[in-house]
Design a protein. Structure first.
Length: 255
């Protein structure tokens, strides 16, 4: 139920958001959060994808099944599993750490600080994002002609040189596209952050989508929440324009 009197105030909501320190603080936090998750996801996903290309059929099939199951798991269900794993009193992680001799972690609250909360949320997001990157890049490696590797071997190229001169040039377009998609998906990772700890403690783990929801729905400042949401979309459009500029520049260099 709306408890505030609604009235048209023009662009005042955007003025209040842009002149406030909190919006820029959350924006910086969102960018850093996205950057860390994207880097980890792309590195681990690329390594996993290259590993898939080198495994035998049985091992590759087994790993692909595991990746697909992790990727297909509903976000809320996956977040609930991580809440259970990192629970303070009965969490599996705390129990394992205690058994390994780290007794100070036996009753540790992973949601009590900004860094520990982000650590768990990052694990969750990377775990759910790596399968897409790995499978995408593995599929890309299957398009590389085997004759190119044979020619590189005849020229005396080792494993690293074959990777840099043959594999990487073919994978570069897929890496660009996959990185861009991961930036979009992770930047708007509302469900994982909000479901795990509601943006806490003390709203220190809010990213822009969570910030917009808390301000708009939680505090019933719907105009403020809408303004934050629109500004978030504009930031994403800016990232899209930057990506398209990189792709067009790459195509011009190839020509």
């Amino acid at each position: 139920m709306i408890q505030h009197v609604t009235e048209w105030n023009g662009l005042d909501n955007y003025k209040d958001v842009l002149t406030g320190e909190e919006f820029w603080r959350v924006t910086l936090r969102s960018i850093l959060f996205t950057a860390v998750n994207v880097v980890l996801t792309m590195v681990l996903g690329a390594l996993t994808g290259l590993l898939l290309a080198r495994l035998g059929k049985r091992m590759r099939f087994t790993l692909l099944i595991g990746l697909v199951l992790a990727w297909a798991m509903p976000v809320v269900a996956a977040t609930t599993v991580y809440q259970w794993l990192f629970a303070q009193r009965f969490g599996v992680v705390n129990w394992v750490l205690d058994k390994l001799g780290w007794h100070s972690m036996a009753d540790y609250s992973w949601t009590s600080s900004q860094m520990s909360t982000f650590f768990v949320v990052t694990l969750l997001i990377v775990w759910m994002s790596v399968p897409f990157v790995a499978i995408n890049l593995y599929a890309a490696t299957t398009t590389i002609p085997g004759e190119l590797y044979e020619a590189a071997a005849l020229d005396g190229a080792g494993a690293w040189r074959s990777f840099t001169t043959v594999t990487l040039p073919f994978l570069r377009p897929f890496l660009y596209a996959t990185t861009f998609l991961e930036i979009i998906w992770i930047f708007k990772a509302f469900v994982q952050v909000f479901t795990f700890n509601g943006g806490g403690p003390d709203r220190l783990t809010e990213i822009l989508p969570v910030y917009a929801y808390v301000e708009g729905v939680g505090n019933q400042h719907y105009g403020m929440g809408a303004a934050i949401a629109v500004l978030t979309v504009l930031i994403m459009l800016g990232l899209t324009a930057y990506y398209l500029r990189i792709v067009l520049k790459q195509e011009e260099d190839e020509l």
